[in-house]
Design a protein around this ligand. Structure first.
Ligand SMILES: [Zn+2]
Length: 227
């Protein structure tokens, strides 16, 4: 596929020069003679020179980070999710094994180094798959890189749901990771709030002088995130 040069106003790699190898949007891929059409919900960037390091697009709080993937699963490979507040979240996929420098609950600044480009997960060469969600819908990241659009400054009003058993989602993943870090449990961060997550949450609440109700509400979130 043809590479297209993109000089970013707001970089997500060490140099602000990237090549887009696959833009956001509907794409048709042919593998072994079989053609399939699907949505590419981010933008694929390769560095101007070699393998580059990745920086946070904007200030925010890390809600998910994983650096122990060496193979093809999960498809996003090693990844970092950042919640910027104000409805915006950014996603960084396929990072190099053991290169992820942040963890769930960390506050990061715009431009802060978070890890290195790699090719873990569903990837055939070192690149960064960069995604942006606005109120939980994927949007095209390109105008945010060129400076045509921005996230409206640093407004850290992050709304977290109250989580309880039976719920699913990215915020459940964040909760599982934070519990693993705080009380040394080994929950699989699968985003499914089951009995093991419930037990771990109650253990954390008991140890933190919180109401032991197995529900992750505002008081428990703020204790977990240290905010
Ligand atoms: Zn991609």
């Amino acid at each position: 596929m043809a590479k297209r040069l993109l000089v970013a106003a707001v970089p997500v790699t060490a140099t602000n020069t990237h090549y887009i190898t696959s833009p956001y949007g509907i794409r048709t891929v042919t593998v072994k003679g079989k053609t399939s059409t699907g949505m590419h919900n981010g933008i694929d960037l390769v560095a101007g020179r070699g393998t580059d390091y990745i920086v946070a697009y904007e200030s925010g709080i890390v809600t998910y980070a994983r650096g122990d993937v060496t193979g093809n699963t999960p498809s996003e490979g090693n990844s970092v999710y950042i919640d910027h507040g104000n409805g915006f979240k950014t996603y960084y996929f396929h990072m190099k094994p053991k290169s992820v420098l942040v963890k769930a609950g960390d506050l990061v600044r715009r431009g802060q180094k978070i890890g290195y480009m790699g090719t873990t997960g569903n990837s055939t060469g070192a690149h960064l798959h960069f995604g942006i969600k606005f109120y939980n819908a994927w949007v095209d990241p390109e105008p945010y890189l060129t400076g045509l659009k921005n996230m409206g400054g640093k407004r850290m009003t992050i709304t977290l749901r109250t989580l309880s058993q039976g719920m699913r989602g990215e915020d459940v993943k964040t909760l599982q990771q934070l519990l693993n870090a705080k009380i040394n449990t080994s929950l699989e961060p699968d985003g499914k709030f089951g009995p093991l997550t419930n037990t771990a949450l109650k253990k954390y609440q008991a140890a933190s002088a919180l109401v032991v109700d197995g529900k992750c509400g505002p008081a428990t979130w703020s204790k977990l995130l240290g905010v």
